[in-house]
Design a protein around this ligand. Structure first.
Ligand code: NAP
Length: 260
């Protein structure tokens, strides 16, 4: 039997993290590298991507990356090819790229709805599909979808408006279950992480106004902190979770466990 320390190691593995240029994706990329994986990160904009690659390399990681729009099939294909060319075939895929649009459902512009679905849901599908071919052939794969607790339940009337986002994240959780069931036979495990609120660029506009709400409604009484997500991602990527598939793990200070 492997030791617990060894169960969490990812040495020799290639991990591809979408949206790895900042926020939660950058933290997850650091976690994968700290556990021994080579890490390939993708995002649309160089201005965050290049510094993120440099910071990972400065921390001792084997890291590279390229510009990619996860909603563009050709861009997805090319990223998976480049990752494999750089570090070897993708063993671990983290579908983390995400975006939201805040508008009441009754006023949500259709193009914003479509773009939120394309980034959060279609992008994860395209990357999973592209990586699955090699994973099926090699009989090994770990896919981690970064969903959200917003995909598990609605928000109160005074809560933030994000109908496209909740639909996409709910869809991503359902897709996680379906891919897990269909690909288990190939030794591909598919799980999701559902973060609560964490301070990132995505939440910087809303988080300051939510301090009191979080104090009252999150059992741990606060948003997530730096370093509270990467361990969960490494767990799901590693042999430590070999009998876990199709699951969504909420990392939310207990908020989905609570009711008033
Ligand atoms: P963030 O700081 O805004 O980071 C989003 C990342 O996704 C960036 O690297 C961004 O880079 C990339 N991205 C966005 N659209 C993309 C596209 N079309 N193609 C490729 N890359 C794209 O947000 P974050 O909070 O770290 O979010 C990371 C994930 O966690 C998201 O899926 C989000 O929904 C989820 N999440 C976050 C929270 C939270 O409280 N922060 C809570 C629940 C779930 P570019 O803009 O340069 O493309």
């Amino acid at each position: 039997m492997q030791t617990v320390t060894n169960l969490f190691r990812l040495d020799g593995r290639t991990a591809l993290v979408t949206g790895g240029s900042r926020g939660l994706g950058e933290e997850i990329a650091h976690g994968m590298a700290e556990a021994g994986a080579s890490v390939y990160i993708v995002a649309r904009r160089e201005k965050w991507l290049t510094p993120a690659i440099e910071s990972l390399q400065a921390a001792g990681a084997k890291c590279a990356g390229s510009v990619c729009d996860v909603s563009d099939p050709a861009s997805v294909k090319e990223s998976v090819r480049l990752a494999a060319e750089t570090f070897g075939p993708v063993d671990i895929l983290v579908n983390n790229a995400g975006a939201t649009w805040g508008a009441p459902a009754e006023d949500m512009p259709l193009d914003k709805w479509e773009s939120v679905i394309a980034t959060n849901l279609t992008g994860a599908f395209l990357f999973s599909q592209e990586c699955a071919h090699g994973m099926i052939a090699r009989r090994f794969g770990r896919i981690i979808n970064v969903a959200s607790i917003a995909g598990m339940r609605g928000s109160l009337p005074r809560g933030i408006h994000c109908s496209g986002y909740v639909a996409a994240k709910g869809g991503l959780i359902a897709l996680t279950r379906e891919l897990a069931c269909k690909w288990a036979q190939y030794n591909i495990r598919v799980n999701a992480i559902a973060p609560g609120f964490f301070p990132t660029r995505m939440t910087e506009g809303v988080l300051p106004g939510l301090t009191e709400d979080l104090k009252q409604n999150v059992p741990l009484g606060r948003p997530g902190r730096d370093g509270e997500l990467k361990g969960v991602a490494v767990f799901l990527a590693s042999d430590a979770s070999n009998y876990v598939t199709g699951q969504t793990l909420a990392v939310d200070g207990g908020s989905t466990a609570a009711t008033i």
